[in-house]
Write a protein that binds this ligand. Structure first.
Ligand SMILES: Nc1ncnc2c1ncn2[C@@H]1O[C@H](COP(=O)(O)OP(=O)(O)O)[C@@H](O)[C@H]1O
Length: 174
C-alpha cells in the first residue's frame, strides 16, 4: 500500500481518552480525525437499538464502505472502541490506550453511563479486551499500549505520536 501519509488507529475501552488524543494529534499535524461513532451516525450505519447497553449495533460493512476511499489517501487518525473488523492494510500503527480502573470508573460515571454499561466497560478494561483484540487483528510489531491516566500521560502520548508521524514521513519521502 503506497500512501504519502500514515494512517493511525487509536483504540481502547470507552473513556480511555481516544477522542481527546485524536483531536490533539490532528491539531498538531493537520491529519484528519475519523471519529467512527460519529461517522456511523451520520452515514446511517447504526441498526438495532440494544436497550440493555443503551446503544445501537454498528453495520460494519456499510461503515467500511464509507471509509474505504478516505483511508486510501492516508493521513487519518481513526478512533474507535473496537478494531477487529477494519482491514489490516488500512493501518501503519495501532495504539491501544489503557486507563487505571478507578480512574476509568470515575470518567464513565461522569459521562452518565448506566450501572450495567459502566461495569461492563470497566471489566473490559480489566480484562484488556481491546489490547487482545488489537494483538489478534494486527501484526504484533505495530501494536503499542499507551497508558492514559492523567495529563502527563496525555501530553507524552501526543508527543510520541507526533514524533512517530514525523519519522514515518521522513522515512517514506521519495
Ligand atoms: N490522559 C488523560 N488525563 C486526564 N483526563 C483524561 C485523559 N484521557 C481522557 N481524559 C478525560 O476523560 C474523559 C473521556 O475522554 P475521551 O477522550 O472522551 O475518551 P474516549 O474517546 O476514549 O471515550 C474526558 O473528560 C477527557 O478529558
Amino acid at each position: 500500500m503506497s500512501r504519502r501519509k500514515p494512517n493511525i488507529l487509536l483504540t481502547g475501552t470507552p473513556g480511555v481518552g481516544k477522542s481527546t488524543l485524536s483531536e490533539e494529534i490532528c491539531k498538531r499535524t493537520g491529519f484528519e480525525w475519523l471519529e467512527v461513532s460519529k461517522i456511523a451516525k451520520q452515514c446511517d450505519c447504526l441498526t438495532n437499538y440494544d436497550e440493555k447497553y443503551e446503544s445501537y449495533v454498528l453495520d460494519e460493512d456499510k461503515l467500511l464502505d464509507e471509509l474505504e476511499n478516505r483511508m486510501t489517501e492516508g493521513g487519518k487518525v481513526v478512533d474507535y472502541h473496537g478494531c477487529d473488523f477494519f482491514p489490516e492494510r488500512w493501518f501503519d500503527i495501532v495504539f491501544v490506550l489503557r486507563t487505571n480502573n478507578t480512574v476509568l470508573y470515575d470518567r464513565l460515571t461522569e459521562r452518565g453511563y448506566n450501572k450495567k454499561k459502566l461495569e461492563d466497560n470497566v471489566q473490559c478494561e480489566i480484562f484488556q479486551t481491546l489490547l487482545d483484540e488489537a494483538r489478534d487483528s494486527y501484526q504484533e510489531d505495530i501494536v503499542h499500549e499507551l497508558q492514559s491516566d492523567n495529563d502527563d500521560d496525555m501530553s507524552s502520548n501526543i508527543d510520541r505520536i507526533v514524533k512517530w508521524i514525523d519519522q514515518w514521513q521522513k522515512d517514506h519521502a521519495s
